[in-house]
Design a protein around this ligand. Structure first.
Ligand SMILES: *Cc1c(COP(=O)(O)O)cnc(C)c1O
Length: 403
């Protein structure tokens, strides 16, 4: 049990001797990238999520780039997504010379509102890029249905959602099966499992998978493993523009150990989330996250919402004064300088729910090494902070004019 003086960070990866041993094994093997560990990690990850194909990649941002490129997003094409996400979601669209088209989030959560997607569709719409924000599955059933009806591919930004589940035709299935056309995962240390940096692309489509493998390795027609294993001299070709988006075997070896840990990590996060929900539900002025009947979050982040008149910064400061680190909720991409330019994005709907979500939400500490006493300490500190925080008077929300 931690002393009341100890500080509680907002997140902490679980990395131990097993990961260190795995990296040591790879170093001493002499094969450190695009080798057997990457292949094994891909095969284990694909079994875990139930996908026919999984391609390891350098991070989730590069995964999103290749996913959008695979479905044909090019110059001037539109991709419907949310502003209420990490900036990489929309940046990947711009890497393809495409235009992110933002729609608002649901009234009671932080995911895309499927009811707003159809009004954003134009003849230039090339993809729907939905996000499983904070690990909470978005309403894939509705989104996939819209994609089918309009023949628009659905790409899932599943950066936060490794191990999250969705009820699909009566069965619980892992995010990444995938239910859309392609799902993209992140293994950054802020996510539930980590390889330092790293990502994964899953798909049912063998053609997409073949493209991912080509593009991640400079567009090289023959892989290192094939050339190394060949009894005959092979010369490779480079018929298409490729990238260096490789995952190393050092990372993949760590990922394989992390994948072993994942079920227990998620079980622990779910226990802590339940404890938070119990303890926080009685605090006036605070609401707890809603898990739809058809979704099981991995609780990558536990995000609470303050009523409109409570000063978010004051609550966060009061917690920090108690040694408890928190973060503001999810950002809004359209409000950043990188998105101030004329052709940087288009807002297809009002984004007022996105804007108020950012102003009212706080991400609480949640990681596997916490104790029940730590969770209790956060609950009590938050109770006091909310009671003591000043009240703010807000200007009426400025509606976002579609650009
Ligand atoms: C973390 C995150 C990303 C980026 O992942 P990287 O692996 O760091 O590139 C993209 N989208 C969302 C929603 C994220 O949370």
């Amino acid at each position: 049990m931690s002393s009341p003086q100890s500080t509680i960070p907002v997140a902490k990866p679980v990395l131990g001797e097993e990961e260190a041993e795995a990296v040591r094994r790879v170093i001493l093997s002499g094969w450190v990238t695009q080798g057997p560990e990457v292949a094994a990690f891909e095969s284990e990850f694909s079994s875990f999520v139930g996908a026919p194909h999984a391609c390891a990649i350098s991070n989730c941002t590069t995964a999103l780039h290749l996913a959008l490129k695979a479905v044909g997003v090019g110059s001037g094409d539109e991709v419907i997504t949310v502003s209420h996400s990490f900036i990489a979601t929309a940046n990947a669209v711009r890497y393809c010379d495409g235009m992110p088209v933002f729609v608002d989030i649901e009234p009671d959560g932080y995911n895309i509102d499927p009811g707003l997607i159809e009004m954003a569709i134009t003849p230039r719409t090339k993809a729907i890029l939905c996000v499983h924000q904070l690990g909470m599955p978005c309403d894939l059933r509705a989104i996939v249905e819209i994609g089918k009806r309009h023949s628009i591919p659905v790409i899932e930004d599943a950066a936060c959602a490794t191990g999250s589940e969705i009820l699909w035709e009566g069965r619980w299935e892992k995010i990444g099966k995938p239910h859309g056309d392609i799902a993209c995962f992140s293994f950054h240390p802020r996510k539930v499992v980590t390889t330092g940096d790293g990502g994964m692309l899953t798909t049912v489509n063998p053609d997409y998978d073949r493209k991912f493998r080509l593009w991640r390795q400079h567009g090289m027609s023959v892989t290192d493993a094939v050339r190394h294993g060949s009894k005959q001299v092979i010369f490779e070709d480079y018929d298409e523009l490729g990238y260096n988006y490789r995952m190393t075997d050092l990372q993949a070896a760590v990922g394989r150990v992390q994948l072993q840990r994942l079920p227990e990590l998620i079980a622990q996060r779910r226990r802590f989330a339940a404890q938070f929900c119990d303890g926080l539900s009685t605090i006036a002025g605070l609401s707890i996250p809603v898990e739809p009947r058809w979704a099981r979050s991995n609780w990558q982040s536990f995000c609470v919402r303050l009523s409109d008149d409570i000063d978010q910064r004051a609550v966060m400061q009061a917690l920090l004064d108690q040694g408890i680190s928190t973060r503001r909720g999810v950002m809004n991409i359209h409000l950043e300088g990188a998105y101030s330019g004329q052709n940087s994005h288009r807002a297809a709907t009002s984004l007022t729910r996105s804007v108020s979500a950012q102003q009212q939400t706080i991400i609480l500490p949640l990681y596997a090494q916490m104790t029940e006493a730590d969770i209790e300490r956060v609950i009590e500190a938050l109770r006091q902070a909310v009671a003591g925080a000043g009240r703010v008077v807000r200007q009426p929300e400025q509606d976002v004019v579609p650009a």
